[in-house]
Design a protein around this ligand. Structure first.
Ligand code: 3PG
Ligand code: MG
Length: 418
């Protein structure tokens, strides 16, 4: 990477405006907002410690949720300040705004090695609009700009892009944090010239979410293994019945094109040969988002590529697991993004868990490099307690996918060259 990193900076006594991705899941418990997964906070600690040791005055900016310009109390970063103080074992100042006099005063009073977290930048519409005047206001407390928010780097927002431009215009440095540097290394450089065989495992609900990634990885990978509901769009493209499985009928041409490209390039393209299927039944219950809860009945393995008319495919079957695990076991480099089935329900989690075990195993016993591209596959690995058995897990969701598609992320583009 030709981008400046925090290791190239001298931050002693300087105000470092540090963009982090603290968009963490929260749950209300007894009237309090509680962080249910602090991974994104934990992963920034090396950058924070490094900059604090160097005598920087840290001003952290982040977003939480999508408050759309409103002061939504459930999306306050205050609980994150408390968690951060806990993790660092030192006080973290908090201001209930991200611009204005109070922010400037508090930032001005920081001593080298002090730390301040600002309130949710998305409480202002100007953040997502990347409003130049708003970026100027944020930049009033920035001598140096550091971006460690890989997970938000696909957004050209004021705090991820605009502020960097302001700081750079003034001649100040804009650098990648240590987490950002690691993300770019593993999702970027490491996959440029991978040790072979390079096996890519892609899952998740929709072909449309992954098609660009598939297209790009077909140029690099030796094998692609497909799971999750998106496999059924491929089945449909091959002329099979998909019953009540989640499919995108308007994406069958795209699926066919991917199959043709794989064939032409000599890339192994594996689709499930058996499935765990069940009959979905709507219930009166509503989930957290107000959607009817679906009950799944008559769960069974089906080896028929035609899904029964009343059933949906919800996980890869044991035969597929065996074939995919064998590919994984022979791999030297693995990239995995997206679960193999509806893993939140344990009746449909075995495919995802078995792949997780296979990936962890080849990493541990054969020194393969395993890179997990964020989102649900990270959740699944953590759930299976295998998170520390792989080489790298991304903190990005949408950002990881866009980066893997080969797109330039605005938050990265705005950083200074070395
Ligand atoms: C994420 O969780 O995907 C990032 O923090 C970015 O959030 P966003 O998708 O709301 O922009
Ligand atoms: Mg997102």
């Amino acid at each position: 990477m030709a981008k400046l990193t925090v290791k190239d900076l001298n931050v002693r006594g300087k105000r470092v405006f540090l963009r982090v991705d603290y968009n963490v899941p929260l749950e209300e418990k007894d009237g309090q907002m509680v962080i249910t997964d602090a991974t994104r906070i934990v992963e920034t600690l090396p950058t924070l410690r490094f900059l604090l040791e160097q005598g920087g005055k840290l001003i952290l900016a982040a977003h939480l949720g999508r408050p759309k310009g409103k002061r939504e109390p459930s999306m306050s970063l205050r609980p994150v300040a408390a968690k951060l103080a806990d993790l660092l074992g030192r006080p973290v100042a908090f201001v209930d705004d991200c611009i204005g006099e109070k922010v400037e005063k508090t930032a001005g009073a920081l001593k080298p090695g002090d730390l301040l977290l600002l309130e949710n930048v998305r409480y202002y519409n100007e953040e997502e609009a990347n409003d130049p005047a708003f970026a100027e206001k944020l930049a009033r407390v920035a001598d140096v700009y550091v971006n460690d928010a890989f997970g938000a780097a696909h957004r050209a927002h004021a705090s991820t892009e605009g502020v960097a431009r302001v700081v750079a215009r003034r001649g100040g440095p804009c650098a990648a944090g240590l987490l950002m540097e690691r993300e770019l290394k593993f999702l970027g450089e490491e996959l440029e010239k991978p040790a072979r065989p390079f096996v890519v495992i892609l899952g998740g609900a929709k072909v449309s979410d992954k098609i660009q990634v598939i297209d790009r990885l077909l140029e690099k990978a030796d094998a692609l293994l497909i799971g999750g509901a998106m496999a059924y769009t491929f089945r449909l493209a091959q002329g099979h019945q998909t019953g009540k499985s989640l499919v995108e009928p308007d994406k069958t041409e795209v699926a066919k094109a991917a199959l043709a490209k794989a064939k032409q390039r000599g890339v192994k393209f594996l689709l499930p040969t058996d499935d765990v299927v069940a009959v979905p039944v709507k219930t009166d219950k509503l989930d957290k988002k107000g959607k009817p809860v679906i009950d799944y009945q008559n769960v069974r393995v089906s080896t028929d590529l035609n899904c029964p008319a009343d059933a949906a495919g919800l996980d890869i079957g044991p035969g597929t697991v065996k074939a995919y695990a064998a590919e994984v076991a022979a791999a030297r480099t693995i990239l995995w993004n997206g679960p193999m089935g509806l893993f939140e329900d344990k009746r449909f989690a075995e495919g995802t868990n078995a792949i997780a075990r296979a990936v962890a195993d080849v990493t541990q016993t054969h020194g393969a490099k395993s890179i997990i591209g964020g989102g649900d596959s990270v959740k699944a690995l953590n759930k299976a307690r295998l998170g520390d058995k792989v080489t790298f897990m991304s903190t990005g969701g949408g950002a990881s996918l866009e980066f893997l598609e080969g797109r330039v992320l605005p938050g990265v583009a705005a950083l200074s060259e070395k």
